[in-house]
Design a protein around this ligand. Structure first.
Ligand SMILES: NC(=O)c1ccc[n+]([C@@H]2O[C@H](COP(=O)([O-])OP(=O)(O)OC[C@H]3O[C@@H](n4cnc5c(N)ncnc54)[C@H](OP(=O)(O)O)[C@@H]3O)[C@@H](O)[C@H]2O)c1
Length: 302
């Protein structure tokens, strides 16, 4: 496969897709926000028509979960209108769209991992705007794969892993929420999954079953507290002992946006239909931290 158009190329996931697409020798048009603003329908149409890709991957989004509560209109423009323009442009030229969505479309009341067909009921503005994006894509083109992912971390960009390591340097103790469960996902693994999926969608390998909504997150689950403890355990050889991590309830750490208590994603459908499954989240975290430590040198966090 050649000819992949990537939007949001400077985000955590976009950056990983770009470098891994290059490593695979793909023809890549990687457009960051400064080159293509996905909320501009004319610019989107022009990019798709002139670059003539075989597949479009949208990694652009408004991802600031708490800020979205105060700027839902802006989040809607980026998370619903942008994907609408992209999906319509893809439909016009007859190419598939791979789009990323979120575990925060669920309200977290289910006690088991979420499947693709479980009822959605976002608790906050971010989840609402991402859900609106999913619906707009489904309405605009059948040739889409919406990959819902969760708790993303990577070496490029800001995320929970880097925040823990940064604040952990200055404190003896960190208090972290233990009653929200989810599936940490390494952006590099997600990018590899996207690049494995892309040629299958281009070729229509699995027929109509190959398109639709899929869950794509690290295998297994933990709480933010469990995630934090594991980060400091794995990082210990180059980071040092790290702080003591104390488990607290969500009620002790109020945030503008309410988050689901359980947003574990079941990845069975993506495995069954496309043979794609991400590795266990702890293994992926080891890989991310190994790369981070090589990149930053002993003990320093960007
Ligand atoms: N991060 C998570 O934990 C998480 C969890 C579940 C799902 N997801 C989903 O996974 C996808 C990738 O997330 P991520 O973590 O890579 O996010 P990210 O690091 O915040 O990257 C998003 C990128 O989108 C760009 N962008 C924002 N508005 C744009 C616009 N109007 N036009 C073009 N680009 C625009 C941003 O540019 P600037 O840098 O200039 O703002 C940024 O580079 C998103 O769809 C997100 O909803 C993420």
């Amino acid at each position: 496969m050649s000819g992949l158009l990537l939007t949001g190329a400077n985000g955590q996931v976009g950056w990983e897709v770009a470098r891994r697409a290059k490593a695979r020798g793909l023809t890549l048009h990687a457009l960051a926000r400064s080159t293509l603003d996905i909320t501009d329908p004319d610019a989107v149409a022009q990019a798709v028509e002139t670059l003539a890709p075989e597949v479009l991957v949208n990694a652009a989004a408004h991802t600031a979960v708490d800020r979205a509560e105060a700027e839902e209109d802006l989040a809607l423009a980026i998370n619903r209108d942008g994907p609408t323009h992209l999906a319509k442009a893809c439909a016009r030229v007859g190419i598939p769209l791979i789009h990323l969505s979120t575990d925060y479309v669920f309200d977290g009341t289910k006690t088991a991992p979420y499947g693709e067909d479980d009822p959605v009921a976002p608790l906050g503005a971010y989840g609402r705007t991402k859900l609106a994006g999913e619906e707009a894509i489904r309405a605009a083109t059948d040739r889409h794969a919406i990959l819902r992912t969760a708790w993303v971390h990577g070496v490029h960009g800001g995320n929970f892993v880097k925040t823990m390591l940064r604040v952990g340097k200055d404190r003896k103790e960190l208090r972290v929420v233990d009653d929200q469960m989810g599936s940490p996902t390494f952006a590099g693994d997600l990018a590899e999954a996207i690049l494995d999926l892309a040629p299958r969608l281009v070729a229509g390998s699995s027929g109509s079953e190959g398109y639709g909504t899929f869950h794509c997150a690290g295998m297994g689950a933990t709480s933010w507290y469990g995630f934090a403890k594991t980060i400091f355990q794995i990082a210990r050889p180059w980071y040092g002992p790290g702080p003591r991590v104390e488990a607290i309830p969500t009620s002790a750490y109020p945030t503008p946006a309410q988050r689901p208590a359980n947003s574990i994603l079941d990845g069975a459908k993506l495995a069954r239909v496309h043979g794609i499954r991400l590795r266990p989240w702890t293994e992926a975290l080891e890989a991310m931290l190994a790369e981070l430590s090589n990149q930053t040198g002993e003990g320093s966090i960007p």
